[in-house]
Design a protein around this ligand. Structure first.
Ligand code: FBP
Length: 548
């Protein structure tokens, strides 16, 4: 493998660990837990893994001896910076317990477990990937682990390889599946533990005990760097409005964090759009008003940040998508036989009147995307909807009519960008490198303590790493019942942007000023070496949440 100078230097970085994980570790049990909602239903579905206590690791005075054991690991879903460090932390953690422990990686996500596609991760291999971005050490995939047949197929290979614990590194859906698998193996007394790790650049797998998902820090810093560069270009040429869509399939955490970092002229927050019951036209009018007001001051340029999940948060669209999801789940077979050119009319004829009207009003491309295949978890693939173009076209149309009425005196030319893949595999920032290594290491301690159905957790991460608090959180604690594929299912509750939370409030307090006064911030690239205030800052989101 040919390596860049940075890769070579970065390989030598030793991620920091919380104090409690550095020596011999003991697990201290906290109070029993309950699910965030729907307690009776969740308890019934998870009789063996419900209500378990929180776990905190502390330094033990005595050295414990461990028999050697084998562990399996899966990378699941979208890539996020730091995945390789979770694996290296897990590897170092189990090797410290007993040097004969082995780590197996299942190839290309949960599908590797079902298809018995695996490799042993030896020290040589793990060393190649320390502190690097990407999931390429074993690859990732979005196969949903949900059927008894899959669980049994998985068990066959786990038994064959003598694996006593499986670590699933994934987002809310993958950790939901990890919990279902943990419950299944516990109920059948298979002797296989399942541990989850909180991954997703989207930042929406967080709660009281999981303060952030890994990858969010690095991805937001990469996007903020390039948005900053665009803003500087924009402020130099002074002739374009840049419409920038940012990944985040559902929640707007990425857009909000980037807005806090770069101070754009406009940032739309989906959760606010929903709370204010805004229509697509309301959003377009809001943007057009700012464009017109800046034009009146002679500023025919600016930046607009748009969260990827916006469409699903516009209440009228949300109702439409919910009906479409149920309809397509129930009538998939019939729909697959409808000619492409007739699909739009077919859907319109089947929907309720209100939803049919909204569907019929959508531009062709957006309507088509909404009726295409869902991802394996039943989600509309919003990253394929070109919201940035949809909005800028609608703004242009509105401004043209305002021009005729004399309400707009400027020029409007737009550029479009979509940032997502640019950040998902970046080399992890110091924060993510340390956080991920600690998560992997904490997972090894959960395994050593015989735990199953837990998510590895590391808290207090705005403090220096030695003061971080490592432990485990029962996954059932994060669950509620939601409608998926037309049925009520137990799932980890997604953390959306809280409108009464400190990050949103800090943004809302400034946005009117940022709209009119060009006060862009240019964060520059992630720094891996240098003064701590440049290299080790956590996200603004985390800093504001902790200062609350
Ligand atoms: P995860 O939640 O699986 O981590 O994925 C996050 C994400 O990057 C979203 O922001 C985006 O909508 C989606 O993955 C795109 O996934 P894909 O590249 O598989 O279409």
């Amino acid at each position: 493998m040919t390596k860049s100078a940075l890769q070579i230097a970065r390989a030598a970085y030793q991620p920091k660990l919380p104090q409690a994980l550095r020596g011999t570790v003991k697990a201290v049990m906290g109070a029993p837990t309950q699910s965030v909602a729907d307690q009776d239903a969740i308890q019934k579905l998870f009789p063996n893994t419900y209500g378990m206590p929180l776990i905190k690791f502390e330094t033990a005075s005595e050295n414990a001896r461990y028999q050697s054991f084998n562990v399996g690991v899966i990378l699941s879903g979208g890539q996020a910076p730091g995945g390789h460090n979770v694996i290296s932390g897990l590897f170092d953690g189990i090797k410290k317990l007993n040097k004969d422990c082995k780590l197996y990686g299942f190839i290309l996500g949960p599908g590797g477990l079902v298809d018995h596609n695996y490799m042993e991760l030896t020290a040589d291999i793990v060393d190649e990937y320390r502190n690097t971005g990407g999931f390429d050490i074993i690859g990732s995939g979005r196969t949903k682990l949900e059927t008894v047949d899959q669980f049994e197929k998985g068990y066959e290979i786990l038994k064959e390889l003598g694996i006593k614990a499986l670590v699933i590194i994934g987002g809310d859906d993958s950790n939901t599946n990890a919990c279902v698998l943990a419950e299944y193996y516990a109920a059948k007394k298979c002797g296989v533990q399942v541990i989850g790790c909180p991954k997703t650049i989207d930042g929406d797998l967080k709660n009281e005990m999981i303060e952030t998902s890994f990858g969010f820090d690095t991805a937001c810093k990469v996007y903020s760097e390039v948005i900053g560069n665009i803003q500087r270009d924009c402020n130099s040429a002074r002739k374009y409005w840049h419409f920038i869509k940012l990944m985040g399939r559902s929640a707007s955490h990425i857009a909000l964090e980037c807005a806090l970092q770069v101070q754009p002229n406009i940032c739309i927050i989906s959760e606010e759009v929903e709370a204010k019951d805004m229509s697509l036209d309301d959003i377009v009018t809001y943007i057009a008003q700012i464009v017109a007001a800046r034009a009146a001051q002679g500023n025919n340029f600016g930046t607009v940040l748009i969260p990827e999940g916006l469409i699903e948060f516009i209440p009228a669209m949300k109702r439409l998508i919910a009906e479409l999801n149920d309809f397509l789940a129930a009538n998939a077979e019939e729909f697959s036989h409808i000619k492409k050119s007739h699909q739009r009319d077919y859907i319109i004829s089947k929907l309720s009147k209100e939803n049919a009207t909204v569907y019929a009003s959508l531009p062709e491309g957006v309507a088509r995307q909404l009726s295409l295949d869902r991802d394996p978890h039943g989600n509309v693939q919003v990253s394929l909807i070109e919201t940035e173009k949809l909005l800028s076209e609608m703004v242009a149309t509105k401004l043209a009519s305002w021009k005729e009425e004399g309400k707009f005196v400027g020029k409007f030319a737009a550029q479009h960008h979509f940032f997502g893949y640019e950040g998902r595999c970046a080399a992890p920032s110091n924060y993510d490198a340390d956080y991920c290594y600690s998560l992997g290491y904490a997972a090894s301690a959960l395994i050593a303590n015989g735990k199953t159905g837990y998510m590895s957790s590391v808290r207090n991460t705005t403090a220096p790493a030695d003061q971080w608090i490592a432990g485990g959180v029962p996954i059932t604690m994060m669950m509620n019942m939601e409608r998926r594929h037309g049925e009520m299912k137990p799932v980890i509750q997604k953390a959306l942007v809280k409108l009464d939370g400190a990050p949103f409030k800090a943004f809302a307090a400034k946005r009117d000023t940022w709209a009119m006064v060009t006060d862009y911030v240019y964060p520059g690239p992630i720094q891996y070496f240098g003064p701590t205030e440049v290299c080790d800052q956590p996200t603004k989101t985390l800093q504001l949440e902790h200062a609350q």
